[in-house]
Ligand binder design. Structure first.
Ligand SMILES: [Zn+2]
Length: 402
C-alpha cells in the first residue's frame, strides 16, 4: 500500500529527527557538517531537523570559538544541557544503584544504597527503597520535572510476554511484577522498562561503548551471579521467552556445590563472587569489600589468594570456551568483578579458552573490560528508558507538552 503524499514527508521527517538525535545521543557533540554527511541529506534539510530538535528542547547548538580554519565554521549540535532525563536503577544482591541520566548517557546524579540480605528478598521493600532513590536522584539532577522514563536492571530473567521477573535466583524472586510495584510508588507517572542486567550491560556497550561496531559480542557479567548478555549478528539475543544467556546456571558438575537455583554444580558456583571467597578459604556473604580483599592479597602474592584467583580464572575460561563454541563471538566483555579477574589473571583465562574451545572460534575472540566499568547495566537501563523518545522525538515532545 502506498502512503498518502501528505503522510510521507512527515514519516521521513520523524525518521530523520530520530536519526539525528540518535547520533548525538551516541556520539555527543557533532558538527552540522558531520550530521549532514552521515544522514546524506542537504544542508538545508539538516538545518530544519536541528531547528526542530532545538524547538523540542532535546539538543542545543553552538558556534565553535577559536581555531583558524578557513571557511564558515560548522555549528556544533550537542545534547541539550537542560533537556529530558531518565532514571536508571540497577538492583543487585548487595546494592541498589540509581542514577538520573541525560541524553548522551551523561550521569547527572547518583545514589548507592547497600541492601541487607533480608530486604533484598522482599520485592515490595526493594520497590519502596528504589522509589525513594528515584525521587532523590530526580531532585538532584538539576533538570526540571519528572523523568521521561525509568529503566530497571535486575539480576534475573524477564518473561517476554508479562515483563515480570520470571526468576532472579540470588534475590529469591519468582514471578514478580517489579515494574508495576515500582510504578505504583512513583510520585509522577513514567513508563518503567525492566530488563536483565547482562542484557542491559551488553546493550549499553553495543550502543555507545566497547562493542560498538561489533556484530557478535557477549557481555559476561559476574557479581554474586553470572549471566551473559548477547549481541548476535548485530541484534540482541533473548530467546523465545527472554531467558537466553543464563550460562551461570549451566550445570558443569552434578556433584558440585549447591546453587541458589536449586541445582548443584552450576557455573556460578565456580565463577561467581561467592566461589572466589569459598575457594580462597573465606566463606562469607559476598560483598565488594570481601572480593576486593582477595584481589588485594593476590596482588601482594599471597599464595592462597593467588591460587583461588587462578582457579576461578580457569573455570571462567572454561565457561567462556562454551560461549565461544556456541556463539562464535568476536568480543567477550568481562564486567562486574570479572573485570578485576581479567586484570589479574588474563593469561590463565586465555589459556583455558584455548584449551577448552575449538581452535577456529577461539582464535578470533578477544577479551576486554567494558567501557562503562561497573555502570554498564545501569547505563543499559537508561538506554531502555530512552528508547521510546529516541525512536520518535516528535511524539515524545508532544506527550511532554500535553
Ligand atoms: Zn544454578
Amino acid at each position: 500500500m502506498r502512503s498518502s503524499p501528505a503522510a510521507r514527508p512527515d514519516a521521513i521527517r520523524r525518521h530523520n529527527l530520530a536519526l539525528v538525535l540518535d547520533h548525538v545521543h551516541r556520539d555527543g557533540a557533532l558538527t552540522r557538517a558531520e550530521l549532514t554527511q552521515r544522514l546524506e541529506v542537504s544542508r538545508s534539510t539538516m538545518g530544519a531537523l536541528v531547528a526542530d530538535l532545538i524547538e523540542l528542547g532535546l539538543v542545543e547548538e553552538a558556534v565553535p570559538t577559536g581555531g583558524s580554519r578557513v571557511g564558515r565554521p560548522s555549528h556544533v549540535v550537542a545534547p541539550h544541557g537542560g533537556g529530558p532525563y531518565v532514571v536508571a536503577v540497577d538492583v543487585d544482591v548487595t546494592q541498589i544503584v540509581t542514577a538520573a541520566v541525560g541524553i548522551g548517557g551523561v550521569v547527572l546524579s547518583r545514589e548507592v544504597i547497600t541492601t541487607s540480605g533480608s530486604d533484598i528478598g522482599h520485592p515490595e521493600k526493594v520497590a519502596d527503597r528504589a522509589a525513594e532513590q528515584i525521587r532523590k536522584v530526580s531532585e538532584a539532577s538539576g533538570r526540571d520535572g519528572p523523568p521521561v522514563g525509568i529503566g530497571v536492571s535486575v539480576p534475573g530473567t524477564i518473561d517476554r510476554d508479562t515483563r515480570h521477573v520470571a526468576v532472579a535466583p540470588n534475590l529469591e524472586w519468582r514471578d514478580v511484577a517489579f515494574a508495576e510495584l515500582l510504578a505504583e510508588r512513583l510520585a509522577a507517572p513514567a513508563p518503567v522498562s525492566i530488563g536483565n542486567d547482562a542484557d542491559f550491560a551488553v546493550l549499553a556497550e553495543h550502543r555507545r561503548g566497547a562493542s560498538r561496531q561489533v556484530e557478535d559480542a557477549v557481555f559476561l557479567l559476574g557479581r554474586v551471579g553470572v549471566g551473559a548478555g548477547i549481541i548476535s549478528g548485530g541484534q540482541p539475543l533473548h530467546g523465545r521467552d527472554g531467558h537466553a544467556g543464563e550460562i551461570g546456571h549451566t550445570v558443569v558438575d552434578t556433584g558440585g556445590p549447591p546453587c541458589h537455583c536449586g541445582k548443584h554444580g552450576c557455573v556460578e558456583t565456580y565463577v561467581g563472587e561467592g566461589a572466589l571467597l569459598r575457594i580462597a578459604g573465606r566463606p562469607q556473604p559476598p560483598s565488594e569489600e570481601a572480593t576486593a580483599a582477595v584481589f588485594a592479597d593476590a596482588r601482594a602474592k599471597d599464595p592462597t589468594a593467588l591460587a583461588a584467583v587462578r582457579e576461578v580464572a580457569e573455570s571462567l575460561g572454561r565457561a567462556i570456551a562454551s560461549l565461544v563454541n556456541t556463539l562464535n563471538p568476536e568480543l567477550v566483555l568481562l564486567g562486574g568483578y570479572l573485570s578485576d579477574l581479567l586484570d589479574l589473571a588474563r593469561p590463565e583465562i586465555e589459556a583455558a579458552i584455548v584449551r577448552y574451545a575449538l581452535a577456529a572460534p577461539s582464535r578470533s575472540v578477544r577479551l576486554l573490560q567494558p567501557t562503562f566499568g561497573p555502570d554498564s547495566a545501569l547505563l543499559g537501563a537508561a538506554e531502555a528508558a530512552f528508547a521510546e523518545m529516541l525512536a520518535d522525538p516528535l511524539a515524545a515532545g508532544d506527550t511532554a507538552r500535553s
